[in-house]
Ligand binder design. Structure first.
Ligand code: SAM
Length: 481
C-alpha cells in the first residue's frame, strides 16, 4: 500500500550510465517522498557535469551524498544510522567526503556539522546548483554549508538524469515548497514557500520524455492543485503581480490541459492534491482528456472536523464529501487514495470513529497511513502536547489500515472481469513469465508476457485479484499504441 513513500526504494542508490571522461566516483542514497527521488535526479545531473560517475560501491566513493527526509522521526533515525555506517567506511578511506542533502539538512543546518562529525557538507533543497562551489570548498579542506531557501528556484533549467528508470514512467516537478502550514508538517520549513515552474519548461521536459520513449508522467509537487505561474516568484506574492501577469497566469487546470494536448498519447498523472485547492475545473479537465488517468491522491489526514481544524487543514469533512461526490459524478470510475494520520494531539475515540466512518463513505482504493510523530519546529510541536499514548496511536492505526485493506479489496474486485488498458512497466516481481503494469486507476495488473514489450499499451482482461493486484490476460494492443 505504501506507494508515495515507497519502502522498497528507501535508501536506494542511483546508477547512471558512466561517462568515460569522468574520473570521480559519487555514491548517492535517497530517502523519503517522490519529490526527494526526483531531486536526486537533478543532483546527479549537476554532478555528472562536474566529473562524477555514480557507483554502487560505498568503499570506492570519493563523494557520498545522502538525500534525506524529515517527515517522520523514523526517517531521520534511519539517516543517522547510515551516517554511522559512512563513518566506519571513512576510517578506511579518509579521502572520502560525505554530504547531507534535502529536508534533514535544511532542518538541522550547520548543527549537522557539530552533531555528526563525519559530515563535510550540508546542502538544502534549494541550493543544489551551488554544489560545484561547495564541493570545491570541501576539496580544499573546509566544511561547506548552503541551506538558503529560495524565492524562485524551481530547477526548471536543469534536465534531470532519469536514474534507475524503467524508461516508461517519469516524474516531472511542477512546484516546489508549500504554503499550507498544516500544523503537523515540516515541509514548509524544510522546502520553503510555494513557487511554480514555468509551464514552457514543463512542456519541454514532457515532450523530451516522449521523444525518449517515456509513456507516462506524473506531475509532482507538495500541492499540485495550487500551481500558479504568473511569470515567476512565490505564490503568496501573486497579489503584487501586474494586470498583464494576472491575465496570462496559468493555473493547474490549464497546465493539465496544456500537457494533455502537448502529448495526446502520453499518460498523465499528478500528485499530491490538497482537498482545499482541488477545483471543479481540474476534475472537468480530467474528465475531458482520455490521456489523463482516472486517479486522484487526495489526502485528508482525519475525518473529524475538530482535528482537521487543529491540523489547519482548511476544509471540513462535509466539504471533502462534496469534493468526492463531484469527482464521482464527473468521473464515475475514478480511483481515490488517501493519507491518514492517527493519534494527532487531542484526538479522542470519537474523532477516530469519524475517521473510520469517513473512510467507509469514500471507500478509498489505496492509502498511506501513519501514526502521528511530533516534528520539531512545526506549529503542533510548539502549541500542542503530543498527548495520545503510542499504544493508542498504534491501535488506531491498525484499525484504519484494516478498514483500508477491506476497501482496497472491494475496489480492486470492481475491475475483475473488465478489459482495461494497461501500460507495461516491467517484469512482475514474482514471475519472470509475467509483465507488471497499471491501469488508468493506478491498480497493478500482472499478466503473461506473450510477445508484448515494456512500454506498450495493452488491453488486459482481469479474471482474479488480491487486495492490491489484478491478475489478467492480454487480449489485444490498445488503440493508444
Ligand atoms: N503535501 C502533501 C499533503 O499535504 O497532503 C503530502 C505531505 S507529506 C510528504 C506525506 C504525508 O506524510 C502527509 O500527507 C501525512 O499523512 C504524513 N505526515 C506528515 N507529517 C507527519 C507527522 N508529523 N506525523 C505523521 N505523519 C505525517
Amino acid at each position: 500500500m505504501e506507494k508515495k513513500i515507497d519502502e522498497s526504494v528507501q535508501g536506494a542508490t542511483l546508477t547512471l550510465e558512466s561517462n568515460e571522461k569522468n574520473t570521480r566516483k559519487l555514491y548517492i542514497e535517497s530517502y523519503g517522498c517522490q519529490m526527494n527521488f526526483s531531486d536526486s535526479e537533478i543532483v546527479a545531473s549537476i554532478l555528472a557535469k562536474e566529473g562524477f560517475n555514480t557507483t554502487q560501491e560505498l568503499s570506492e566513493a570519493d563523494l557520498v551524498l545522502v538525500n534525506t527526509c524529515s517527515i517522520r522521526e523514523k526517517a531521520e533515525l534511519t539517516v543517522r544510522k547510515r551516517l554511522e555506517k559512512f563513518n566506519a567506511v571513512k576510517k578506511i578511506n579518509p579521502n572520502m567526503k560525505v554530504g547531507v542533502l534535502g529536508c534533514m539538512a535544511e532542518r538541522l543546518k550547520d548543527k549537522f556539522l557539530e552533531e555528526e562529525k563525519i559530515v563535510d557538507m550540508v546542502v538544502g533543497p534549494d541550493a543544489y546548483k551551488d554544489l560545484p562551489n561547495l564541493i570545491q570548498e570541501i576539496d580544499e579542506g573546509r566544511n561547506a554549508v548552503n541551506v538558503i531557501l529560495s524565492k524562485d528556484e524551481t530547477y526548471g533549467d536543469v534536465a534531470p538524469v532519469r536514474l534507475n528508470s524503467n524508461g516508461v514512467t517519469a516524474f516531472v516537478s511542477i512546484t516546489r515548497g508549500c504554503d499550507n502550514m498544516c500544523t503537523f508538517c515540516v515541509v514548509p520549513f524544510t522546502r520553503g514557500r510555494e513557487r511554480s515552474r514555468d509551464p514552457q519548461s514543463i512542456l519541454e521536459e514532457v515532450n523530451d520524455l516522449w521523444d525518449k520513449g517515456f509513456k507516462e508522467i506524473t506531475l509532482l509537487g507538495q500541492n499540485v492543485d495550487s500551481y500558479l505561474w504568473y511569470g515567476g516568484g512565490l505564490k503568496k506574492d501573486y497579489d503584487k503581480a501586474s494586470e498583464i501577469q494576472k491575465a496570462s497566469a496559468v493555473d493547474f487546470a490549464k497546465l493539465l490541459e496544456l500537457t494533455a494536448l502537448a502529448q495526446p498519447k502520453m499518460r498523465i498523472r499528478f500528485s499530491t492534491s490538497n482537498p482545499q485547492d482541488m477545483t471543479l475545473d481540474v476534475i472537468r479537465v480530467m474528465a475531458k482528456f482520455e490521456n489523463i488517468c482516472n486517479y486522484v491522491h487526495l489526502p485528508v489526514q482525519s475525518g473529524s472536523n475538530r482535528i482537521l481544524k487543529a491540523m489547519n487543514r482548511l476544509h471540513t469533512r462535509e466539504e471533502y464529501f462534496e469534493l468526492i461526490d463531484n469527482i464521482r459524478e464527473l468521473i464515475p470510475d475514478c480511483a481515490i487514495s488517501q493519507d491518514m494520520i492517527t493519534g494527532f494531539p487531542t484526538e479522542t475515540e470519537e474523532d477516530h470513529k469519524d475517521t473510520l466512518s469517513l473512510m467507509e463513505y469514500v471507500k478509498y482504493d489505496y492509502g498511506f497511513m501513519f501514526a502521528y510523530s511530533e516534528r520539531p519546529g512545526t506549529l503542533a510541536a510548539r502549541k500542542l502536547e503530543d498527548d495520545v499514548p503510542l499504544e493508542t496511536k498504534k491501535r488506531r492505526l491498525a484499525e484504519v489500515i484494516e478498514v483500508q485493506r477491506k476497501s482496497s479489496l472491494y475496489r480492486t474486485q470492481q475491475h475483475v472481469g473488465k478489459v482495461q488498458e494497461v501500460l507495461i512497466e516491467g517484469p512482475s516481481k514474482k514471475s519472470d513469465a509475467h509483465w507488471m503494469g497499471r491501469n488508468s486507476q493506478n491498480t497493478v495488473v500482472v499478466f503473461p508476457k506473450e510477445n508484448y514489450k515494456i512500454g506498450e499499451f495493452v488491453n488486459v482482461k482481469s479474471y482474479d485479484c488480491t487486495s492490491a493486484t489484478l491478475l489478467g490476460e492480454a487480449v489485444s494492443y490498445s488503440k493508444n499504441n
